[in-house]
Design a protein around this ligand. Structure first.
Ligand code: GCU
Length: 337
């Protein structure tokens, strides 16, 4: 039996049609809910839809996803909580948002953790990432794959951020995370944590002087209409993660889990290429909107200011094993170059 998902469903609605038998592909259709906080024009939306299509194809139509964009089911934090309880089956969130659910995720928001994009990809495609994803299994969810979310940089109204002095006293929106708050404070700014969906209005109303994110936020979310100075502080590379409800996952057969894993990894690869193209386009479009991109940033000065955060991580018994593996991976990348 094949059922079409209704356009709108309430969170409380029981949404499984038929049950999977534990060892094979089900012949019934299971429609899963996948939530995220970006709009439909954002590349992550396209990649999540791609994931859903691959899952449907590989399962002969027995597993499909209804994708809820725009934070319709809540902020990142709320979506994680819904995934924990199984009210939502899967969610795309920034790794930063997971910090308050598992402290190890703080690593990803630690400034200047990765030594460039190549190091980052190697880590995200290794067992370092999957070992981290599995840490929350007893907390109701786990990470299935990552999606490239670019390098995070500061962008502001008025003054570009070329040195720590430029950031002095500036109210900068950060993701709701202790690590992001500490980083911004050490870099010289006044951190203002808020959910992503509130940033455009906060910029427009002058509640904040700037924020930090990748280039697509300038266009996809129109931040470039208000914040015209984009400065390459390159302070972090934070992946987006697709997290999955543990209880829902366990309801699938091994074969179904395998096909979902394959679909997720394939969508992550698809996203990598899409991301590169969309970022280049976002830069062009933002320039047309009047945004200026600044590369003459004093990176060393910022790095030095946040160095104590690396020391804290090295002293933390939960974080340091992963930190050390990430550093070892960097050495391997350097040797192979
Ligand atoms: C990036 C990231 C999102 C996150 C957002 C934020 O855009 O891809 O997952 O929500 O930053 O700053 O909150």
């Amino acid at each position: 039996m094949r059922r079409k998902a209704p356009l709108f469903v309430s969170v409380s609605l029981i949404f499984v049609v038929g049950c999977s038998t534990p060892t094979e592909l089900s012949t019934d259709t299971t429609v899963l809910r996948l939530a995220h906080n970006m709009n439909e024009s954002h590349p992550i939306h396209q990649s999540l839809v791609h994931f859903s299509e691959l899952a449907e194809e590989k399962s002969n139509g027995s597993i499909t996803f209804q994708v809820f964009p725009n934070g319709q089911l809540g902020s990142e934090r709320e979506a994680i909580e819904l995934t924990q309880t199984g009210a939502v089956d899967a969610t795309k969130v920034s790794a930063t948002a997971l910090e308050s659910f598992s402290p190890v995720y703080a690593l990803f928001s630690t400034p200047y953790l990765f030594n460039g994009a190549e190091h980052y990809y190697e880590v995200m495609e290794s067992d370092i990432a999957t070992d981290i994803y599995d840490l929350t299994a007893t907390n109701g969810f786990f990470g299935l794959t990552y999606y490239d979310a670019g390098i995070r940089n500061m962008y502001t109204i008025g003054t570009p951020i070329l040195t720590p002095e430029d950031l002095s006293g500036m109210k900068i929106r950060v993701q709701p995370s202790e690590t992001a708050i500490e980083m911004t404070r050490l870099m010289g700014g006044a951190p203002t944590p808020m959910a992503f969906g509130e940033v455009y209005t906060a910029l427009q109303q002058g509640v904040i002087d700037g924020t930090e994110n990748n280039e697509t936020s300038l266009t996809s979310n129109n931040h470039g209409e208000v914040a015209k100075e984009y400065s390459y502080t390159e302070h972090s590379i934070v992946p987006d993660l697709l997290i999955f409800s543990q209880s829902r996952w366990e309801s699938f057969s091994e074969e179904e889990q395998q096909l979902l894993t394959e679909a997720a990894i394939a969508s992550s690869e698809y996203h990598k290429e899409l991301w590169a193209n969309e970022t280049a386009q976002a830069i062009e479009q933002a320039e047309e909107m009047g945004v200026t991109f600044h590369s003459d940033v004093d990176l060393e000065a910022f790095r030095e200011l946040v160095e104590p955060m690396h020391e804290e991580v090295r002293q933390d018994p939960d974080l340091s094993p992963f930190y050390n593996r990430i550093q070892e991976m960097n050495e391997e990348v350097q040797t192979n170059d």
